[in-house]
Design a protein around this ligand. Structure first.
Ligand SMILES: CC(C)(COP(=O)(O)OP(=O)(O)OC[C@H]1O[C@@H](n2cnc3c(N)ncnc32)[C@H](O)[C@@H]1OP(=O)(O)O)[C@@H](O)C(=O)NCCC(=O)NCCS
Length: 158
């Protein structure tokens, strides 16, 4: 089945909100936030669509103070489409976008128990010919005891 990868546009906000809600593991933000991402940050976000249904989303933005750094925020794939390379392909979409030539560093955060994400980004680092470094970022003190800490993963691009 063909999967189409593209930048989101404003109407995708609702489906993105539903996808994140259904992921059960990602922090759910307001629908308003996902409309803003789909509209204002379309260039640095990717959606995956199968049969007109949104099955994947990745959000990212260039750090305002360091625009050569891409911060990858939430990534989610519908449970029915996991383990088939959808998340990896969404990340590879960035490599085709004109702005990516200006990116020198990629940052993201992952919670310690999220093995799927750790493997996903380790594979992307390998593909980009670089390595991932980690350091503490947000602790349980910041996020509350019901939220795992978030480690900062970074990779420098050549
Ligand atoms: C994390 C997530 C986006 C991965 O999406 P996906 O489309 O299934 O990932 P891919 O098929 O592209 O797999 C990428 C790599 O991760 C590995 N992987 C995928 N799911 C895995 C799992 N549950 N455990 C361990 N490794 C996993 C794959 O084997 C692949 O590595 P490989 O190339 O060595 O085989 C998806 O599991 C998801 O939406 N999870 C819920 C939301 C979430 O946790 N998001 C990340 C928060 S930071």
């Amino acid at each position: 089945m063909t999967i189409n990868y593209r930048p989101p546009s404003k109407p995708d906000g609702q489906s993105i909100h539903q996808l994140i809600r259904d992921s059960k593991t990602l922090d759910l933000n307001s629908a308003y936030l996902y409309f803003l991402l789909a509209d204002h940050f379309s260039d640095t976000c990717v959606v995956a669509e199968r049969d007109g249904q949104l099955i994947g989303f990745v959000s990212a933005y260039r750090l305002p103070a360091r625009p050569d750094t891409l911060f990858v925020w939430q990534i989610g794939v519908d449970a029915s489409a996991r383990g088939q390379g959808v998340a990896s392909t969404m990340l590879q979409e960035y490599e085709k976008r004109p702005f990516f030539d200006e990116i020198r560093r990629i940052e993201l955060t992952i919670s310690p128990s999220n093995m799927a994400s750790q493997t996903l980004f380790a594979r992307w680092a390998e593909r980009l010919g670089t390595t991932l470094e980690t350091q503490p970022y947000l602790t349980e003190e910041n996020l509350g005891a019901s939220h795992e800490p978030e480690l900062l993963y970074s990779m420098n691009l050549k």
